[in-house]
Design a protein around this ligand. Sequence first.
Ligand SMILES: CC/C=C\C/C=C\C/C=C\C/C=C/C(=O)SCCNC(=O)CCNC(=O)[C@H](O)C(C)(C)COP(=O)(O)OP(=O)(O)OC[C@H]1O[C@@H](n2cnc3c(N)ncnc32)[C@H](O)[C@@H]1OP(=O)(O)O
Ligand SMILES: Cc1cc2nc3c(=O)[nH]c(=O)nc-3n(C[C@H](O)[C@H](O)[C@H](O)COP(=O)(O)OP(=O)(O)OC[C@H]3O[C@@H](n4cnc5c(N)ncnc54)[C@H](O)[C@@H]3O)c2cc1C
Length: 649
Amino acid sequence: MANVNPDLRKERENGTFSVEKLTNLLDGGKHVTDRRRHVERLALNEFSKGEDYNFMSRKERYISALHKTERALRCCKEYGLTKPDEVYWLWQLAFPHEASPIQLHGDMFLPTLTRQGTEEQVNKYLPLAEKYQIIGTYAQTEMGHGTFIRGLETTATYDPQTEEFILHSPTLTSLKWWPGGLGKTSNYAIVMALLYTNGKNYGMHPFMVQLRSHETHEPLPGITIGDIGPKFGFDTIDNGFVQFDHFRIPREDMLMKYSQVLKDGTYVKSTKLKKSSYGVMVLVRSMLIYYLAIQGLAPACTIAIRYSAVRRQSEQTKSQLEPQILDYQTQQYKLFPILASAYAVLFTGVKMKEIYYEVDNEIQQGHTERLPELHALSSGLKALTSSMASWCIERCRLACGGHGYSAASGFPKIYVAVTAACTYEGENTVMLLQCARYLIKTYQGASNGKKLSGSVSYLSDKVNSRSTITSEFSLKSLVDAFKHRAFRFQACGSDPEDSWNRNSVVLTKAAEAHCYYYMVSVFESVVEAVEDDAVKRVVGQLCQLFALFAIHENAGDFVQDGFISNDQMELVKWKELSLLSDIRRNAVLLVDAFDFHDEFIGSILGRFDGNVYANLFEWAKSSPLNKPEVQESYIKYLQPLLNPNKSKL
Ligand SMILES: CC/C=C\C/C=C\C/C=C\C/C=C/C(=O)SCCNC(=O)CCNC(=O)[C@H](O)C(C)(C)COP(=O)(O)OP(=O)(O)OC[C@H]1O[C@@H](n2cnc3c(N)ncnc32)[C@H](O)[C@@H]1OP(=O)(O)O
Ligand SMILES: Cc1cc2nc3c(=O)[nH]c(=O)nc-3n(C[C@H](O)[C@H](O)[C@H](O)COP(=O)(O)OP(=O)(O)OC[C@H]3O[C@@H](n4cnc5c(N)ncnc54)[C@H](O)[C@@H]3O)c2cc1C
């Protein structure tokens, strides 16, 4: 590439491994990289010349996102992109760190329909939904309750006379509130409501509900609907509210795969699947982990590391060039653990996708044994990785000094999208507690001699009471340390005498310890499987840093019971710093390996060519506030102060 900043060019010449090989590893093979790049070229042709998001109003952002949605759907059709990964690659460049107003249609509406609908219902609605002749969302949360699903108030009362359900919002707090795309875009929703039949409440069930007229898009009579107003971010999505006033739908529109209401109102439950109506949340939580790496951690550290290679600041030695800020140890300590976390979350995300599809497949065959473990793991990891991503992005912003605070850095857009995931799909503390609930039960089972498998097998294993860490820092010894911590926390958190609430802080820590152990072991197994020696060395260093940073940050957890000795902790600190120097040489290449397009990252600081300053200046000049030279507001508000004689007011 011509015109690359000389510092960045030097960084790229000095690396010790093949970036291309690492990119192939991250993608899952060279053929996947090739295909991804092909799809991305198609997407860039269509979407690279858009208006600057930073200078648009919220309404403009929504309208532009709808326009892009229509174009993205057309592109997928034209180019025959049907596989989920291919659609995702195209979508990612069409909506960089944004979401389409129809995001929930694909992410939750379709999966709920196909998993909870009967064959007949799927045959009726799926073809229409796949052609976007109906656009749906997932309406569960209400103004009064999001977390406590059993507290939802919207009712669906069966009327055997007309063979209809009557949907009703009995209170203000029962208004559906938050569903993405509900406000203005969707004409259908899967509404989660309390099922009443023959005078009895059977709890939350899913209902297919038409909200708007097919002809005019006006809300149907009995429905009051709208946008909930501006939010922290997600400007491109019309999160909405809906109020039902005795709104009738046919009996056939309750999604009846797992439970039915017969014509006479008899309720029949045809599954032993526990919490069957909660299924789609497990899907989204499982997928979110990969998404947080690709949409959050990886682009944020790409920006901060490239910028730190280009930025020079402060005089170290008289009359010599100011150093690249990436050469400061403190800067490396800010950024390299985040780089390591990006890789850790990415590998864990890939693993979680695999596990989800395995378990989902088993469930379709009637085997539900692994669901509780998947629910616990996806809840815990969703919470751990989304909060990790949020604070890491903020840390990257701080690492970029003043320019990090400009919208030109790209951080605001990335941050507001990622931090939302700490709340949606289950608020993080609540999700950690769900994970802990499973761990405590499992630990108690293991204490009674039950042999365990999967992510919790360590609870029935023998754990070492002394760390095997030496100056070699083998990955096995690091995995072992996290296993020990997780085991110890489960033991502390499961005091049967103590009340749940009184113990809940330690329970969240127990869940985090479990998830950390899981992430470190996934990372270790990825490193072990790498064939190329040079790539294995650098990814191994990142794995070590991910583990050592967490040991150092949480030193008390490891030394309190004497598992890690003082001498070993000194070694940990020494190794952590020496890893910073090792990684320094490859830092730029390690972010290049994510293979992001500038159009996706959306940051002047993180440009591939490193030409930060000239582009920053051009961008500032293009700000609407700079056109015209003298603003009308001057005449109205400033002239009377600055130049009272000339003021016409
Ligand atoms: C890939 C996507 C990428 C990007 C997306 C981009 C844009 C889209 C943006 C946003 C979309 C957002 C959508 C939403 O937010 S939809 C709404 C999501 N809502 C929630 O997540 C609510 C959280 N609350 C709950 O999940 C539950 O209420 C909670 C589990 C907290 C408690 O429920 P309940 O009180 O009914 O249960 P308990 O009595 O505590 O537990 C009973 C029992 O059931 C087990 N359980 C709970 N949940 C599940 C589940 N999902 N699957 C399986 N099992 C579950 C629980 O562990 C208990 O088991 P046991 O101990 O054996 O009794
Ligand atoms: C951007 C965004 C998009 C969304 N999209 C959708 C959507 O498409 N469809 C949909 O249905 N919903 C959606 N939601 C709603 C979302 O799922 C809920 O907001 C979320 O589940 C949290 O619930 P809550 O708002 O009731 O939080 P609350 O439960 O009120 O949380 C407030 C505080 O109370 C604490 N708390 C609550 N219960 C407990 C407990 N049992 N133990 C300990 N602490 C507790 C929490 O930890 C938190 O600190 C969306 C939300 C956002 C922000």
